[in-house]
Ligand binder design. Structure first.
Ligand code: ZN
Length: 80
């Protein structure tokens, strides 16, 4: 009986350790996710334009500029 109680005590302390490890793991996972998001945002470069000059002889180039999205803003601004 004493051995059973001793084993139960060990199991309880093991499950407390496991619970605390799970919480620490969840914290690490959250900070890794935040870090990855920040890195991703840092790597995104805005390619919006203040002014775009359209060459009437190359309408396909202008169309390509219009169709290209901005990695940071999604919709690409091409000036006024
Ligand atoms: Zn942009």
């Amino acid at each position: 009986m004493r051995q059973v109680l001793k084993n139960l005590g060990r199991m309880e302390s093991m499950s407390r350790i496991l619970l605390s490890l799970r919480k620490r793991l969840a914290r690490v996972e959250r900070s890794l996710t935040e870090f990855a998001k920040r890195q991703q945002l840092r790597n995104l470069r805005c390619n919006c334009r203040e002014v775009i000059v359209a060459d009437p002889d190359k309408p396909q180039e202008f169309e390509a500029e219009m169709n290209a999205g901005c990695p940071l803003h999604g919709f690409r601004r091409l000036g006024c």
